[in-house]
Design a protein around this ligand. Structure first.
Ligand SMILES: [Ca+2]
Length: 257
């Protein structure tokens, strides 16, 4: 018995025992690493980072677009406007293409990633909210507690995951980002991001981003809710912004005591 205890203690010290898991922190706050300019006219609906640039989708009928932007300046280096009847939503890259959802049109667009030339349209049932990828599948949110998995080459649905928090389905799962093996999802109309186990759908932790945009920034225009998460895996940088926010933030998570 005593030997077992000692072995267990040594195993824990070595980091291979049943010690604290990554999801054991229930709530995180944040620390701002850097604030970058963000177009206050951009009604952000989708965001990802790739090779030094941010890619952003904007919504609202007549104002929807997909953009490629310099992180440091917010300068738009490529832009495609959607036909005015479409409300742009989530985006993600796959190989040399960029895929974009629309809100209620049950229609998506596939663009050439470099030129933003439209390659084709595709259809899906229900609303379109957000996209991300784990490198093998595309993950898609539709405003319900469910996240759909798509074959990235055919865009055919291959399965679904129900997101739960404390055993209850979590509604309004919105902008998505795949971060170090977890799904990050901001919840519409809140300042919170859920960290979701991609196998069980269980919310492991929350990130509380309240106060991120200060009062002077909020007074600067028609600022709307938090929406937009991008992750640069190569340098472990996490970016967040919101609809018509004048700033985009690089943040680090800080466990709440
Ligand atoms: Ca994203």
């Amino acid at each position: 018995m005593r030997i077992f205890v000692i072995i267990a203690a040594l195993a824990a010290l070595a980091g291979c025992g049943p010690g604290p898991e990554a999801g054991s922190v229930r709530e995180y706050g944040y620390r701002v690493v850097h604030a970058y300019p963000h177009d206050p006219g951009a009604f952000t609906e989708g965001l990802f980072y790739l090779d030094g640039f941010l890619y952003e989708s904007t919504g609202l009928e007549g104002h929807s677009s997909v953009r490629k932007e310099r992180l440091e300046t917010g300068e738009v280096v490529e832009k495609h406007d959607l036909p005015p009847e479409y409300f742009g939503e989530g985006i993600i890259n796959w190989k040399n293409e960029l895929i974009q959802l629309t809100y209620k049109s049950e229609t998506g667009f596939v663009y050439d990633l470099a030129s933003f030339a439209v390659q084709r349209k595709f259809e899906y049932p229900g609303e379109g909210w957000a996209l991300t990828t784990d490198g093998k599948r595309i993950l898609m949110s539709d405003g319900t507690p469910q996240i759909r998995f798509w074959n990235p080459d055919t865009l055919a649905e291959t399965g679904r995951l129900t997101v739960t928090d404390n055993g209850q389905p979590l509604k309004n799962v919105n902008e998505l980002e795949w971060v170090k093996g977890d799904i990050y999802a901001n919840v519409w109309m809140t300042d919170r991001i859920a960290i979701i186990d991609p196998t069980s759908g269980v919310v492991k932790s929350w990130i509380d981003l309240s106060g991120l945009l200060d009062a002077s920034d909020r007074a600067s225009g028609e600022v709307d809710v938090l929406n937009g998460i991008a992750y640069d895996a190569k340098t472990d940088r996490l970016f967040v912004t919101g609809k018509r926010w004048p700033k985009l933030f690089e943040i680090k998570l800080v466990p709440k005591l």
